[in-house]
Design a binder for this molecule. Structure first.
Ligand SMILES: [Zn+2]
Length: 441
């Protein structure tokens, strides 16, 4: 038997453990684990980790915000993803009050066509009307089974969903066995006129909203994922809701683990604007520990880059500051380096939080998110000994700074494989525009 591609002698890492084996791929799928395999193409993975491809379930490519757009589009953003070991993204439709959900999906699929890796879409829920219930059923038939972000805040821009409408939405999403993704900040505790900074968007606002959403999730039985949990009070509210039986999960992102609010005091502090804002060291500790124990189900990036020039307009007027950070290319290396190498997370947490967690939360499992036989051959060969330093100009994201500039890293992506095709190897992107497929769920 000669396979299409064999990854030889790597350490296969799954959520339940590690083993050294060959992994064989044919027709874009994983077909065997074993020893002594032969392939038309072979990759020597001796001393390397073999991981399921990373699923970044929270990205905002070419997102229109206040007259500008996030600087990565579906091409540049997914090239960067491939270079960072990400093989699937879940991006969002761009919702609007007068746009139906099916029309928003159709529009976004045109924008997404040039993606170099597979993608799925969350249907953004803004401007709730009675028609949305029927639209939720319609897009579910078209393969979109997650709905978000649903915002409990941003009333100033008309994006907020009231608690009453949230209850109706979650009831409908429950009926199609979908997942709701909620951006949880209590609007009454947020002061948008002060910009995307901690005093204006306190952890208290996050905690209050998570508690409220938790009650509605429990009441409706709708699987609900809280996007970008950023704080210890937010986590406490999440755990309380879980304890009461709410089907509620949490996501966090590298920026909340590795950066803190002290950066806002820097001359270029406005570059770090993101919502929720960065928090304190004790919040970081609580988030790391929740990742380790399984209290948080997944890690994503909320990738939403804006260049120095785009952020400059908000330097002196925080109400005009676009909030969002780049992150898709550095997700896996940062979590390996700061998590596994520093002893905060076991190796098995990588596939659990970066692949299986998002795949199960959003209905991609077991096609994606696992090394099991039959799964799509979306894989990463990772060198755990490589030493390098983050410099924005060496990364592939369409942005001229990195929030992690100068950070010393241990471990690097060596090869990325998408459905059996090598799309990144030896430091260069080798995939092609349009290779990515829309994954229906
Ligand atoms: Zn959000």
């Amino acid at each position: 038997m000669i396979y299409d591609l064999v990854i030889k002698g790597g350490t296969l890492v799954t959520p339940s453990g590690t083993s050294v084996a060959d992994l064989a791929i044919s027709k874009g799928r994983i077909v065997a684990h074993g020893r002594g395999f032969t392939g038309r193409q072979e990759i020597d993975a001796d001393g390397r980790l073999v991981l399921p491809g990373v699923i970044d379930a929270h990205t905002h490519m070419a997102l229109p915000v206040g007259g500008t757009r996030s600087s990565d589009d579906f091409h540049s953003g997914t090239v960067a993803a491939a270079c960072g070991g990400v093989t699937t993204i879940i991006d969002f439709t761009v919702g609007a009050r007068d746009l139906s959900l099916p029309a928003a999906v159709e529009e976004r699929l045109i924008t997404a066509q040039k993606a170099v890796i597979d993608y799925a879409l969350h249907a953004e829920l803004v401007g709730w009307t009675a028609e949305r219930v029927g639209e939720i059923f319609a897009v579910a038939k078209a393969g979109v089974r997650s709905f978000g972000e649903i915002f409990t805040t941003y009333s100033e821009s008309g994006r907020r969903t009231s608690l009453g409408d949230l209850q109706v939405a979650l009831t409908a999403i429950r009926k199609i066995s979908g997942t709701a993704m909620v951006h949880a900040e209590a609007d009454e505790l947020v002061h948008p006129e002060e910009g995307p900074y901690p005093p204006a968007r306190p952890a208290l606002a996050e905690a209050v909203a998570i508690a409220q959403v938790g009650v509605i999730a429990a009441h409706t039985g709708c699987c609900t994922c809280i996007a970008h949990v950023s704080s210890a009070p937010g986590l406490a509210a999440l755990f309380a809701a879980q304890k009461q039986g709410a089907p509620i999960l949490g996501e966090t992102c590298p920026q909340y683990l590795l950066l803190d609010e002290q950066v806002y005091a820097r001359e270029d502090g406005h570059l770090f604007s993101v919502v929720p804002p960065l928090r304190r060291e004790e919040d970081q500790q609580a988030l790391w520990s929740a990742l380790e124990t399984g209290g948080l189900a997944l890690l994503s990036t909320d990738h939403c880059p804006f260049t120095r020039a785009q952020k400059e307009v908000g330097k002196d007027d925080p109400t005009r500051l676009p909030a969002g950070l780049p992150g898709i290319e550095t997700l896996l290396p940062l979590i390996y380096s700061a998590g596994v190498d520093k002893g905060r997370l076991p190796l098995t947490a990588l596939p659990r939080l970066l692949s299986e967690g998002p795949a199960k939360t959003y209905g991609l499992y077991p096609q994606k998110g696992t090394l099991a036989i039959g799964a799509d051959a979306d894989l990463v060969v990772f060198d755990p000994t490589a030493k390098w330093t983050i410099h924005a100009e060496r990364l592939h994201m369409a942005i001229d700074f990195s929030p992690y500039e100068g950070m010393a890293m241990c471990g690097a992506v060596e090869t990325t494989i998408s459905r059996g095709m090598i799309i990144y190897a030896k430091g260069s992107f080798q995939g092609e525009a349009g290779w990515g497929r829309f994954i229906t769920r």
